[in-house]
Design a protein around this ligand. Structure first.
Ligand SMILES: [Fe+2]
Length: 371
């Protein structure tokens, strides 16, 4: 059975179900390897938030994202290269960035429905670069849902890929500080929007530069650097800001743990209209899978199931395989349910693997005879 587990839930001996790549696209651990404690510790140290593992029998679910993985690695390198050039030579690698964004746009346009599974493995090392390519992918997918044409998707993609380039001027110890930032440090971080805007101005398109400038602005005027309101913020910046926050919430950071996509989506929904554009948040719900394939969930019946397929028309009601009863005992036979066709049944929450282990341990302790 394929499971998507947060890193703290992975147990030694579980088999890796999907190759893990480092931020530059090189394989770190191949699918099929048995995970030893030191591998798990190393992945945790490197900041990986989750992995796909195989547990027990019925290991027949496939997660294919090889092409996207390769494009994402190229995008990550393009951001890395642009930031380096900006720091040393005061210019970006425009040709490389454009080339990579074209690949991203064509990848997304080539698919009838785009459901992005962004909970996948993210490295904390080189965080800004990996984060930027995630944000660009998501922004383009949302732009597509909102009906933007190809040339506009490319502009949006370039702006989103480079939205944080100004961070190259923020000292690393501030960016990676685990604790709360002092006001003076916070000012330095906030300055990345202005630095990004000024550096990108040489690219020509104001639409692109304003993504860097405005992606921390909020509809109610509470954002920075200028406290713009709804009408003053560009559509591209509104899209990028939602994707930026969503990806940040669902990734491990030095100062906080990742939350599950379903929780991230609900949090954004609760802040729509006040901080974020409702249209953009609604579009995000159409492109992100709140319950990615291999996520373990609890149904309203109390049973535990694993997501095996995503319904692109209703991402909140995927196809699931019921594996356990409400007592966390495995069923002998497995039922597959398409939740989009079962109105009486719904997902109530995601289940962590540690809960299953804890429940089993508690039951074993209870069943042990007292001596
Ligand atoms: Fe930013």
């Amino acid at each position: 059975m394929l499971l998507l587990l947060m890193i703290d839930e992975v147990q030694p001996g579980m088999r890796l179900a999907r190759t893990i790549y480092d931020p530059s696209g090189r394989p770190l651990l191949f699918a099929g390897v048995s995970l030893r404690k030191q591998y798990i510790d190393r992945l945790r140290d490197m900041g990986y938030s989750g992995v796909y593992v195989s547990e027990g029998k019925n290991d027949d679910i496939e997660v294919s994202s090889q092409l996207r993985e390769a494009i994402k690695a190229s995008a990550t390198l393009a951001v890395q290269d642009s930031m380096k050039k900006m720091y040393l030579l005061n210019k970006t690698n425009k040709a490389l960035v454009e080339e990579v964004v074209r690949l991203m746009v064509d990848d997304i346009l080539s698919q009838p429905e785009v459901v992005v599974e962004l909970i996948d493995i993210k490295a904390l090392t080189d965080h800004t670069f990996g984060h930027s390519s995630n944000v660009a992918f998501l922004s383009i997918a949302i732009g597509k849902v909102m009906g933007l044409e190809r040339s506009k998707l490319i502009e949006l993609g370039i702006g989103s890929l480079l939205h944080d380039v100004g961070k190259v001027y923020v000292p690393e110890d501030i960016l990676n500080k685990p604790g709360k930032l002092e006001p003076v440090e916070m000012d330095k971080v906030r300055q990345h929007t202005v630095e990004g805007f000024e550096s990108l101005s040489r690219l020509g398109s104001t639409q692109i530069t304003h993504v860097a400038y405005q992606h921390h602005e909020r509809l109610d005027g509470s954002g920075y650097p200028r406290g713009l309101n709804d009408k003053e913020i560009t559509v591209y910046a509104k899209i990028c800001s939602v994707c930026d926050v969503y990806d940040a919430m669902t990734s491990d950071r030095p100062y906080k743990k990742a939350i599950h996509p379903a929780e991230g989506l609900l949090l954004l929904k609760s802040e729509q209209d006040r901080f974020f554009s409702k249209d953009v948040v609604n579009s995000l719900f159409r492109v992100v899978a709140p319950y990615p394939i291999a996520t373990m969930v609890q149904l309203s019946s109390g049973e535990v199931a694993v997501v095996t397929d995503i319904n692109s028309v209703d991402v909140e009601r995927p196809v699931v395989r019921v594996i356990k009863n409400s007592e966390y005992s495995f069923y002998d036979s497995i039922r597959v349910i398409d939740l989009s066709k079962e109105e009486d049944l719904e997902i109530v929450r995601t289940v962590h693997w540690t809960e299953v282990i804890e429940f089993r341990n508690r039951r074993m302790r209870r069943d042990l005879p007292h001596i």
